[in-house]
Design a protein around this ligand. Structure first.
Ligand code: FPP
Length: 249
């Protein structure tokens, strides 16, 4: 593993990796287990992937832990997921601090149970001094929620007279997104094989490289993450320019 890590580090490490962690339910069903067993194993994967991302020098790791649409799952599964996330974060806080990892949260906290918001905020506070990897959890998050909130805020600033509609640019919108303090993802990984973006960071992934693997999230290993980064390093990012322009710059 050390050789793989140092090989990757001699290339371009993505500053921000975003992951759609899919396939927990299918992983569990395949083993004849309850869906929740897949989520439990998924937490172990979160730990492993946070560790390797930190070792590689990734700046931001955003994980889609719970979508706005996930509120419509059976109440029992919603409760289990919320509890798992909060318990894992609380348990891991000392290790996050030790490894210089800072926790961040994006999503509609108004829909989350009070105990969960309180405990996540405590971890955000406790890890606020870390200067290494930012682990950003997207919980009760969807892009349509985020963009709707941004539009609402911009409209109210216009109504109050603090913002002139002629002065609304892409930067204005970026400044009103939940991710305003983060760069856009360089690499978007989706496990579980589905070719969709599922209402995740729709504005921010405009120029992200996309890597989809059939591997279910509980089976996604540190080596799989390295593989995704290796694929990223082989891609030529053109940002709308020609290949020739990019190679000259
Ligand atoms: C998708 O699998 C996964 C989720 C909805 C939840 C992911 C959450 C975790 C792995 C826990 C995160 C924990 C921390 C600490 C951040 P699915 O249930 O949709 O799988 P399926 O597509 O096979 O049904």
């Amino acid at each position: 593993m050390e050789t793989i890590i140092s090989g990757l580090k001699s290339g371009n490490i993505p500053c921000h990796v975003a992951i759609i962690m899919d396939g927990n339910g299918r992983w569990a069903q395949r083993q004849g287990l309850e869906r929740s067993a897949g989520h439990v194993r998924g937490v172990d994967t979160v730990r492993q992937i946070t560790e390797i991302a930190s070792q590689l020098g990734v700046g931001y790791l955003t994980l889609y832990a719970f979508s706005t649409e996930n509120w419509n799952r059976p109440q029992k599964e919603v409760d289990i997921l919320m509890d798992l996330i909060v318990t894992a974060i609380e348990r891991e806080t000392p290790d996050l601090i030790k490894n210089n990892v800072r926790l961040a949260l994006i999503g509609d906290t108004s829909r989350m149970p009070g105990f969960a918001v309180e405990r996540l905020n405590r971890c955000i506070q406790d890890t606020s001094g870390s200067t290494g990897l930012t682990l950003c959890l997207a919980i009760s998050y969807s892009s349509r929620w985020e963009l709707t909130e941004a539009v609402r805020q911009i409209a109210s600033e216009v109504r109050e007279g603090t913002l002139n509609p002629d002065q609304i640019h892409a930067e204005t919108i970026i400044a009103h997104l939940a991710t305003r303090n983060m760069p856009d993802p360089d690499l978007l990984i989706r496990t579980g094989g589905d070719m969709r973006v599922s209402n995740f960071l729709l504005w921010q992934i405009a120029y992200s490289e996309i890597y989809v693997t059939d591997t279910f999230w509980p089976d996604f290993s540190q080596l799989d993450f390295c593989n995704a980064v290796a694929h990223f390093q082989k891609r030529e990012r053109r940002f709308g320019l020609t290949g020739e322009q990019v190679r000259k710059s």
